[in-house]
Design a protein around this ligand. Structure first.
Ligand code: CTP
Length: 397
């Protein structure tokens, strides 16, 4: 579908005498043979006018942002195409130098983060598929290397260091020595960024396939150290991250757990080992992050549940906590402790023998007493003292 669409764009480009290029991450992914339907194109000239032409030719809808000269075209198939405009080209010697790379396109590419992301593919019919690669991006893809385009790249945008770590993890590539050196020189600029910007990048990083590898890499890049975390915790953090990853991949059959841990769990690991969960507070931006942070802090401080073996007692202590937070401890401190694993299973399958309505009918007044009675009943059920509805009524009376 994407290929067909690119052909269509090329036809419109040729008919309207405009040069159009596919640009950004999708070019890298086409070369790598990886799926990507994030389609970005750059139009030499009037991108907005071009987007209206696309609607005339193929239908769909367009949203324009006049101030920026950009548009988003939604194709009838639902695919979205982001369109930007670049200045028109004027060639001094178009005939003499037919293959000279378009200079504003080259400038656009040069402003980007890494050489592997700084390639374009021509979509015009005559040159459809022609790769524009002024900075050896394709070679660096083959060499599995992440390389910045200019020395100030990380200073201008420190989030690119996190992007570099993301591409390293995703593709199993590495930065070249020079790029890594530049990252280390610029890493302290990270402290000046808002939590929103950092979180946005970290969320993407820790949702990639090997989050614990990324966690470790950020130690090597001195990222955590900018937030008061010592490098000596690297091994503990890496191991914990790996165990968490493995738990979700291999052992997890819990209804109350998602397929992957929240990215914020990986984020909390270094703060946990630094005994400074408070240090993570300014990054807990959502309600869910705040809840996880509070739960982990409380569970860490609260020792008895780590030693109790009685199901009912565990429930008394752990009922308020999410399975996700509990698993955080199971995967490391408690080393896949069967006792807590069994408790989590049992908790998910806890039958409800009595409802609030039953309590009301038995003459109890609704209020805090209700939840405390229901908790006591759950404890009795987990300890096998109550196994049927009748027994539950008996127990109540
Ligand atoms: N880009 C950049 N600097 C940034 C963010 C983005 O130079 N801080 C450029 C890169 O050329 C990138 C393009 O903008 O390829 C599009 O950005 P984005 O969609 O975020 O990145 P992708 O490379 O497409 O990454 P992903 O595959 O994860 O979507």
């Amino acid at each position: 579908a994407v290929f067909q669409l690119l052909k269509e764009i090329g036809t419109t480009a040729t008919n309207s005498n405009t040069s159009v290029f596919l640009i950004g991450g999708i070019v890298r992914d086409i070369i790598l043979g990886r799926p990507n339907d994030d389609i970005d194109i750059v139009v030499e000239g009037d991108g907005i006018g071009f987007s209206h032409q696309l609607v005339k030719d193929y239908g769909g809808e367009v949203k324009t942002h006049e101030d920026f000269g950009t548009a988003t075209w939604t194709h009838p198939t639902g695919l979205k195409i982001d369109i930007t405009s670049s200045r028109l080209e004027y060639y001094d010697h178009p005939a003499a130098l037919p293959d000279v790379e378009h200079s504003t396109l080259k400038e656009d590419l040069y402003r980007r983060d890494f050489t592997i992301n700084a390639m374009a593919i021509c979509l015009d019919q005559k040159k459809f598929g022609h790769l524009v690669d002024p900075f050896q991006g394709k070679t660096h893809l083959e060499e599995k290397t992440i390389k910045v385009l200019y020395n100030l790249s990380f200073i201008e945008d420190p989030t690119r260091i996190l992007r570099a770590a993301r591409f390293e993890t995703r593709f199993q590539f590495s930065m070249d020595d020079h790029t890594k050196e530049l990252a280390l020189i610029s890493i302290d600029k990270m402290k000046a960024l808002s939590a929103t910007r950092i979180n946005h990048e970290l969320e993407k990083l820790f949702t990639e396939d090997y989050p614990s590898q990324a966690l470790k890499r950020l130690f090597e890049l001195q990222f955590w150290q900018q937030f008061g975390i010592q490098g000596s915790h690297l091994t503990q953090c890496f191991t914990h991250g790996q165990r968490l990853e493995e738990f979700y991949k291999n052992k997890h059959s819990y209804k109350t757990l998602d397929q992957k841990p929240s990215w914020f769990m990986y984020f909390l690991i270094p703060f946990y080992y630094e005994n400074d969960l408070k240090g993570a507070q300014r990054f807990a931006l959502t309600k869910k992050d705040n809840k996880l942070l509070k739960e982990i802090s409380d569970l860490k401080a609260q020792d008895p549940w780590k030693h109790s073996s009685d199901m009912g007692e565990l429930h008394q202590l752990l009922k308020p906590y999410s399975a996700e937070s509990i698993v955080f401890f199971i995967t490391n401190e408690l080393r896949d402790d069967e006792r807590v694993l069994n408790y989590l299973q049992a908790r998910e399958n806890l039958p409800t023998y009595l409802t609030g309505e039953d309590l009301k009918n038995s003459g109890l007044k609704p209020g805090p007493l209700f939840s405390s009675v229901l908790l006591d009943l759950e404890i009795a059920v987990l300890n096998d003292q109550v196994q049927t509805k009748e027994q539950a009524f008996k127990w109540l009376h």
